[in-house]
Design a protein around this ligand. Structure first.
Ligand SMILES: [Zn+2]
Length: 237
């Protein structure tokens, strides 16, 4: 059975078999949480009562797992305003059940109006995909970005500066992932029902904090290419 005690100002979790003394960074999280709760309550005593009632975000954010690009901070939004999915290098794989489940819930239940694929310059995942080194299991994930490279190799192989090449691949990766999102039956079926769903591609510049809109937004399946378009689903017999 777990108990929690205060010891020298730190929280110590004790179990029957071991004693876990958290590091400073761990305790910083807990203190940060208590401070955040207090700040919220100071500005609005009903803040958490309202937050607990439910969510109605209008945005689905598909971003990179990188610790420097949190959706709410980057966009100046609050808890409750952005539904979030993140993975390494913001890749949208058409058979990723995690992503598809998030997208289906966001589009069909929450009825979000905007899906934003958000990459960032200097992305470590994209940079790793430009090498031939093995990093482990992640190599199989990064294969998806190598496919983006192959699609755009004529352009990328003309770029000699490494940082410029990484950053151009970041932009092309976001563009291709926007395209992948649009190809899903989730988005295409939603477009048959409503016209207020838009898919966008962004890149965050970590050196300035500013977002670059890649202007690849889409709100219909016309530009998908015939082979990817799906017809309206027929009712099951
Ligand atoms: Zn990244």
């Amino acid at each position: 059975m777990e108990t929690k005690n205060q010891k020298n100002g730190n929280i110590v979790a004790e179990t029957a078999n071991n004693t876990f003394t958290p590091s400073d960074s761990y305790n910083t999280l807990l203190k940060g949480n208590r401070d955040w709760v207090q700040r919220q309550l100071d500005s609005d005593a009903e803040y958490f009562t309202k937050l607990a009632k439910g969510q109605s975000p209008e945005v689905l954010w598909i971003g990179c797992s990188d610790s420097r690009v949190p959706a709410n901070e980057v966009t100046g939004t609050k808890p409750g305003e952005v539904f979030v999915h993140r993975n390494i290098a913001n890749v949208c794989v058409h058979s990723d059940m995690n992503l598809l489940s998030v997208m289906d819930y966001a589009v069909n239940v929450l009825k979000v109006k905007h899906v934003i694929v958000a990459g960032h310059y200097g992305c470590g995942g994209v940079a790793a995909a430009l090498t031939n080194k093995q990093f482990g299991l992640i190599d199989n994930w990064l294969r998806n970005i190598k496919d983006v490279y192959r699609l755009h190799s004529h352009e990328l192989e003309r770029i000699t500066d490494h940082e410029t090449k990484v950053n151009r691949l970041v932009e092309l990766n976001v563009t291709e992932q926007v395209y992948n999102v649009c190809k899903t039956t989730i988005i295409q079926n939603a477009w048959k029902e409503r016209s207020d769903l838009h898919v966008h591609g962004w890149v965050i510049d970590l050196k300035s904090g500013l977002v670059k809109d890649l202007k690849v937004s889409s709100s219909g399946s016309k530009s998908l290419g015939y082979v990817y378009e799906v017809e309206k689903a027929e009712a099951a017999h």
